[in-house]
Design a protein around this ligand. Structure first.
Ligand SMILES: Nc1ncnc2c1ncn2[C@@H]1O[C@H](COP(=O)(O)OP(=O)(O)OP(=O)(O)O)[C@@H](O)[C@H]1O
Ligand SMILES: [Mg+2]
Length: 180
């Protein structure tokens, strides 16, 4: 496989997923695009909530399903990324879009040019038009009756600046979960 070894984590609650996302946000800088991948209810919006909190955004983050893209300014003095200040979070949900051309029309690539970072729910659908430099976060519900809150969260990248940032990402996100 191309790219660095995937980083896999297991969370046991929505709050644990938010904490992981918040750590990831602090590794992100202007221009970064993060694709959130996973089935209905896997936790993509939950992840976005933690990510926003990690940037210092205090506004409630809800699903952008009906608006397609929501913009959250990062407040001055809010938590800052370790790279360069992120000025705005763009949170998109492309579930309702039928054609890749509609995703192109959202202009997510341009939206992150001015100090923004983008989170895209159903990002695997959008990947072909967002370019190869995105980070992918896949959430999978694996819990059984005894632990319905369990998710595996797998972070992958193949391109852009991610491979050279991988060791930082690994140390900030904590100890990856090793499937047996
Ligand atoms: N470990 C976990 N991580 C994330 N969410 C969890 C976890 N355990 C339970 N949940 C719950 O699962 C639900 C996830 O819903 P969320 O809206 O985040 O999913 P989604 O992937 O955005 O769904 P959709 O495809 O409808 O946009 C929430 O109710 C959340 O509280
Ligand atoms: Mg959602």
């Amino acid at each position: 496989m191309n790219g660095p070894e995937p980083l896999a984590f297991r969370t046991h609650s929505a709050d644990e997923t938010r904490t992981l996302a918040s750590s990831l946000a602090r590794c992100c800088g202007p221009g970064d695009v993060v694709l959130l991948v996973g089935d209905l209810g896997a936790g993509k919006t939950t992840f976005a909530q933690g990510f926003a909190a990690g940037l210092g955004i205090t506004e409630p983050v809800a699903s952008p399903t009906f608006t397609l893209v929501r913009e959250y300014p990062v407040p001055p003095g809010g938590a800052r990324s370790s790279v360069e200040p992120v000025l705005v979070l763009q949170h998109a949900d492309v579930y309702r879009l039928d054609h890749l051309a509609e995703i192109v029309d959202l202009g997510l690539g341009e939206l992150v040019e001015d100090g923004g970072v983008a989170l895209v729910e159903w990002g695997d659908v959008a990947a072909p038009v967002l370019g190869p430099g995105a980070l992918s976060v896949r959430l999978v519900a694996e819990g059984h009756d005894d632990d319905l809150g369990q998710r595996t969260v797998t972070v992958t990248a193949t391109d852009g600046s991610w491979p050279e940032r991988w060791s930082v990402l690994r140390s900030v996100l904590g100890h990856p979960w090793a499937p047996s």
